[in-house]
Ligand binder design. Structure first.
Ligand code: CP
Length: 299
């Protein structure tokens, strides 16, 4: 059987996602009821981080432990990857010792080269272009809260980043629509969107993108740790904060999501992220549950 990787959202079919979502419900219920479930006993996940993380590391490591397996953490500081070992060689070696691999790295080309040389499934834990595990958790969270995401409208308020590109792929798979509003200079790169993707509309004004939305979502304007770029970005993003006025243009029962970490007062007002429409803590927790289902499926 061919190895199944999850390098971008479009790597799985709707049938496969429906299976993973159903398994997520079962696995989450077992977790909540303290019911041991160890389908990955004696299996090992290796996690390679070339960028920092809180949620991704914690959810994969805790998840693998809860499934009965082990997780090994590697980063570029204390592995040979940071000293120039070719990713092709690293992939060959890791995939002879471990059952599944998760990588957080820079370019999509790196993870694709890694996967091409791996004997076991590779999961994208974030690249500059895609963040499929986060959007899987977000889609699951919406379905959990509202029943279905099919036919719904998601408002994306912010720059065109890895989250947006994964949302656009998810819209094609699950048949929903994304209203996109990006500041000038931070627009979509058309080479990162499928030419046949008709599931999104561009809006010059973020308040217009929110009209009628069932879900409003955004992301940090400046990645944590890169605040020296902040001044220019704060100027470009002026007006793109998700505040109560923008949420009022959405559906009355619209949800707010943010993949975290967040800067209150920049991309989102405290009244929204800490308000009644926000589901950010469920969203963060669901990283754990969807990834356990994903690990079970791919292994
Ligand atoms: N949302 C997310 O991927 O968080 P981390 O960067 O903490 O993993």
């Amino acid at each position: 059987m061919a190895i199944k990787h999850f390098l971008q959202f479009s790597d799985l079919t709707l049938d496969e996602f429906e299976h993973v979502i159903e398994r997520t419900r079962v696995i989450k219920s077992k977790f909540k009821n303290y019911e041991p479930y160890h389908p990955l006993a004696d299996r090992t996940l290796v996690m390679v981080f070339e960028k920092n993380s809180t949620r991704t590391r914690l959810s994969f490591e805790a998840g693998m432990h809860q499934l009965g397996g082990a997780a090994i953490y590697l980063n570029t500081r204390d592995s040979q990857l940071g000293r120039g070992e070719p990713v092709e060689d690293a992939a060959q070696v890791m995939s002879r010792m471990c059952d599944i691999i998760m990588i957080r790295t820079f370019g999509q080309d790196i993870i694709e080269r890694f996967a091409a040389n791996s004997r076991v499934p590779v999961i994208n834990g974030l690249t500059n272009e895609h963040h499929p595990c986060q959007v899987l958790a977000d889609v699951f969270t919406y379905i959990e809260q509202r029943g279905t995401i099919k036919g719904k409208t998601v408002a994306w308020i912010g720059d065109a980043n890895n989250m947006l590109y994964s949302w656009l792929q998810a819209a094609q798979v699950f048949d929903f629509h994304v209203n996109v509003s990006t500041p000038k200079g931070y627009e979509i790169d058309p080479t990162l969107v499928a030419a046949d993707n008709t599931h999104y509309t561009l809006h010059a004004l973020p308040s217009d993108a929110c009209v009628g939305a069932h879900l409003v979502t955004t992301d940090v304007w400046t990645s944590m740790g890169f605040e020296e770029e902040n001044a220019a970005r704060l100027k470009a993003f002026d007006g793109w904060i998700v505040d109560a006025a923008k949420m009022q243009r959405a559906q009355p029962d619209a949800l707010f999501m943010h993949c975290l970490p967040a800067h209150r007062g920049e991309e989102v007002a405290a009244e929204v992220i800490d308000g009644p429409q926000s589901v950010v803590w469920d969203e963060a927790e669901n990283r754990l549950h969807v990834q356990k289902a994903l690990l079970e499926y791919l292994v």
